[in-house]
Design a binder for this molecule. Structure first.
Ligand code: PFF
Length: 453
């Protein structure tokens, strides 16, 4: 194993612990929290689903996040290099799975993020004001019907992502996150407080936090666990890559706990911002994936001050998507910089372009390519989302947990975990969870998704 300090000089490092926290939270907080969490919570009946999701974050998400960050910092490498450095042999495949997942996820993530950029632009132009209310319900189907619009906004989003990643670890990723994450929190808190004081606020609180355990069936439990992976950016080496830019003084459990809490809070705040509006206007919480893009704009156009709230909301969505998008691209770029010794500029531009091209079929999947159905009648975008989220991430997470618990030596894991100003000494607890609990729970999810359980 190469000594960490030899490679340290050539690679970037976060300038501070706060920068590391903001960047990791930026990766975790994304479309998964603001777009997906509210609608799947709505579809699975609220309270009990929310509590089980939090249980998954604690028993599976947090331990695996710590494992990824430890592996990254110990090896100071990209995901492929990290696994090879510790054990070699076929374990490099786990890193490869991560690089492929980053490639694939960003290809369609950028399409959905492109819709958010389009909606931000529309809201800035005042489209969601009372004067234009009659045209709002058709906006989403109008966007999906235009291949060119989707390609254009996808390209805009990828352009912004590439621009930030070109800047490098500290000047690009860290600076962008440091600016965007606090703004994102602020906007969300404003929206949630406003929501709570609206007529539907009480009903939303009850819906989100009052568990009706009869609604927590096995599919809901499995969905909650899969979403914990996606939401915390786990199972594909994004947190491993970010951990590889952390300095030796930082306590990894402290960062991982903070990031997990922030991610969960943003998901809950999104629920508190969205459900009061839904209940105030008598809409259904179970409206599905269209909740953010179809239901909310209609409501914005009907409520007092809605056009300003619309701008804030879509700005929030774009920031969240961007800070996650850059972490997806960074996994791929880190591989080419570390393993193939490419310049960051070359890796970022070439990979950004290739990912954009891979995303083209997703952008066309609602119109030109709508007959191209891959899995169970799903269009291209939904099919690769399914492959990546339900197959690649759980598989990656399972292998990372097994690697950390059974391949990495105990001494090495303990040493890395206890670096920095550790206040809580919880190595035995974490080690037991990562060795036994997390793999078993993830295996259950994974076997379910491939239909064996
Ligand atoms: N965590 C992001 C979200 O919730 O939108 C999505 C994501 C980003 C998944 C980065 C995986 C990843 F590596």
């Amino acid at each position: 194993m190469p000594a960490p300090h030899k490679t340290k000089q050539k690679r970037g490092l976060w300038s501070s612990r706060l920068g590391f926290i903001m960047a990791s939270a930026g990766s975790a907080v994304g479309l998964g929290n603001i777009w997906k969490f509210p609608y799947i919570t709505g579809m699975h009946g609220g309270g009990a689903f929310v509590l089980f999701f939090i249980f998954c974050i604690v028993t599976v998400g947090l331990p695996i996040m710590i494992a990824e960050m430890i592996l990254g910092r110990h090896t100071r490498k990209d995901p492929v290099g990290a696994f090879r450095a510790v054990r070699g042999g076929c374990w490099g495949v786990v890193g490869w799975l991560g690089v492929i997942a980053g490639f694939v996820i960003l290809s369609y993530y950028s399409v959905v993020a492109g819709w958010a950029v389009d909606y931000l632009w529309l809201s800035i132009r005042g489209t969601f004001s009372a004067a234009h209310a009659s045209g709002v319900p058709e906006l989403f189907s109008g966007l999906l019907a235009s291949d060119w619009s989707q390609l254009f906004w996808q390209a805009v989003f990828m352009g912004m992502t590439v621009f930030i990643v070109l800047g490098g670890v500290s000047a690009g990723l860290e600076r962008a996150n440091r600016i965007m994450m606090p703004v994102l929190f602020l906007i969300l808190v404003i929206l949630a407080v406003k929501g709570l004081f609206s007529p539907g606020g009480k009903q939303a609180l009850h819906f989100l936090f009052h568990p009706d355990w009869s609604r927590l069936d096995p599919p809901a439990m499995l969905e909650a666990m899969g979403h914990a992976f996606f939401s915390l950016s786990l199972g594909m080496g994004a947190m491993l890559t970010y951990g590889s830019y952390a300095d030796e003084k930082t306590s990894i459990p402290g960062v991982a706990i903070t990031v997990s809490i922030m991610d969960t809070c943003v998901a809950l705040l999104s629920g508190l911002a969205i459900f009061p509006i839904v209940f105030t206007f008598g809409m259904q919480p179970s409206a599905g994936p269209g909740l953010v893009f179809k239901t909310l704009p209609i409501i914005f156009s009907q409520m007092p001050g809605g056009s300003v709230i619309a701008v804030l909301f879509f700005l929030l969505l774009v920031f969240a998507a961007l800070t996650s998008g850059i972490s997806l691209l960074e996994v791929v770029v880190a591989y080419y910089c570390d393993e193939k010794k490419w310049e960051r500029k070359k890796a970022t531009l070439i990979m950004g372009l290739l990912i954009f091209l891979l995303g083209v079929p997703s952008a066309l999947s609602n119109n030109l390519l709508k007959d191209l159905q891959l899995i169970g009648g799903r269009n291209f975008l939904d099919s690769i989302d399914l492959i990546a989220t339900n197959y690649l991430l759980p598989l990656g997470g399972l292998l990372i947990a097994l690697f950390t618990g059974w391949v990495l030596t105990t001494g090495l894991a303990k040493g890395e975990l206890e670096k920095g100003a550790v206040r809580i000494h919880f190595f035995p607890v974490w080690y037991f969870i990562i060795k036994y609990v997390s793999p078993v729970l993830v295996a259950i999810v994974f076997l379910h998704t491939i239909g064996l359980f």
